[in-house]
Design a protein around this ligand. Structure first.
Ligand SMILES: Nc1ncnc2c1ncn2[C@@H]1O[C@H](COP(=O)(O)OP(=O)(O)O)[C@@H](O)[C@H]1O
Ligand SMILES: [Mg+2]
Length: 395
């Protein structure tokens, strides 16, 4: 998803502004850029921020409000104006709609109505390509559970099997090894990108990526650990936002810690795959992680528990282990040490080095269900309909 949908609130009543703010906080992907109680100041704020949406009070008599709406719409046709109004007169609603107002919302606002209206704008922006891909961070606060294996291979499947544009980013600045897993020789790494941060744009960023033969692009880890010094969370955030505007999927592999950089990536992510295993230490760690995620405000719609090296065993013990996470299991990846370690050691992704491995079959299925890919060419409209995970995330 998307860059955030930016919003400006223009409403004379501070209680209404407060309830709008509270309500918007509950809709992920929205960000309030400014608010004012004054119509004229409001128009200037729109000029300054060019928001995606203006929430505009429409009071009685409506004339002044509607002419403000008309002015905004005329000068900034890209901005959607939503009336927030206690008016119920059909004639006024009609006039408002005729003046170009997109939605006529109740005042005080109601959550469901507001959310539905915002989703409509988000979908339109997405279709226009001003909002792009989804960021998925594969995370574990404990090393060795398979985050890099999952991130690298997922990138390959999304590109090669599902035909999606995809970049894999290694944010494990000290010990990253995505480049090695995919056996790519990057000319540049994230350290170079961070250095040219001031003038970074899509073209420059693209030049810093290396493409793997499967089609997936890689933003590699610094080659020397010292290079990582000085890379800031702000720079990383900027890189991720830019990547999201260039690719349908951005898969992020992070360090196994809640440092500034990981948290920046986690915050920006549409989904976090928390990788764990059915072993007591891993379970304990993951439970702590889930607590931290809850404190960061991430819900079950964002954080998905992925069990790696899962041994299919329908025993009561397995079920009991799973239950001890006290969290729903989103995906289970089987264990296949020979294939996975051979793939890592040769730098040849599973799709190529072990097409029959149960891990390969499983990760392919994961990529397919994420992207809604069905194996047939689909119309553009269908392809948005068939992104079940995207839908799941945006619900
Ligand atoms: N599904 C799997 N089956 C068997 N071995 C696996 C599987 N996933 C990961 N491994 C092994 O676990 C080790 C750690 O994987 P890696 O992706 O480097 O973990 P992390 O990035 O979380 O530290 C690798 O050596 C790999 O061989
Ligand atoms: Mg790793």
């Amino acid at each position: 998803m998307p860059d955030e949908v930016s919003i400006i609130i223009i409403d004379s009543d501070k209680d209404v502004r407060f309830s709008l703010r509270t309500l918007l906080r509950e809709v992920p992907g929205t960000s309030i850029r400014a608010e004012t109680d004054d119509m004229r100041v409001g128009v200037n704020l729109v000029r300054q921020h060019r928001p995606n949406i203006v929430l505009l009070e429409v009071g009685t008599p409506p004339d002044e409000y509607l002419s403000t709406a008309a002015k905004i719409i005329e000068v900034f046709p890209q901005t959607a104006v939503f009336a927030v109004s206690a008016e119920t007169e059909p004639e006024i609603i009609l006039r408002a709609m005729r003046s170009g107002i997109q939605e006529f919302l109740r005042r005080p606002p109601e959550h469901d109505e507001m959310e539905a209206a915002l989703r409509k704008v988000m979908r339109r922006l997405q279709a226009m390509g001003t909002m792009a891909g989804e960021i998925i961070t594969v995370f574990s606060n404990k090393g060795g559970l398979g985050t890099t294996m999952i991130a690298a291979n997922l990138g390959v499947f999304l590109s090669k099997v599902c035909g999606k544009s995809c970049a894999v980013v290694d944010l494990d600045l000290q010990f990253g090894d995505v480049g090695m897993f995919l056996n790519v020789q990057p000319k540049y790494t994230i350290a170079d990108v961070a250095r040219s941060y001031e003038k970074l744009d899509q073209t420059l960023l693209r030049a810093h990526l290396v493409q793997h033969s499967s089609g997936v692009y890689v933003m590699a880890e610094p080659q020397q650990a010292e290079e990582a010094e000085g890379i800031t969370a702000e720079q990383v955030g900027q890189v991720l936002r830019l990547l999201r505007s260039m690719f349908e999927y951005v898969i992020v592999d992070t360090a196994h810690a809640f440092d500034d950089i990981s948290v920046e990536a986690l915050d920006l992510s549409d989904a976090v795959f928390l990788v764990s295993a059915l072993e007591l230490p891993a379970i304990r760690n993951s439970k702590r992680c889930i607590e931290i995620f809850q404190r960061l405000g991430y819900g079950q719609d964002k954080v998905k528990l992925v069990l790696n090296r899962f041994i299919v065993d329908k025993s009561v013990a397995t079920e009991k282990f799973e239950r001890s996470f006290e969290y729903p299991v989103f995906w289970r990846i089987p264990n296949d040490y020979a294939s996975v370690s051979n793939s890592i050691n040769t730098g040849v992704p599973l799709l190529e080095s072990a097409p029959q491995s149960p891990v390969t079959v499983n990760l392919r299925e994961l990529a397919v269900s994420l992207s809604g890919f069905t194996g047939e060419r689909e119309s553009e409209e269908d392809s948005t309909k068939r992104r079940p995970f995207a839908r799941l995330l945006r619900r």
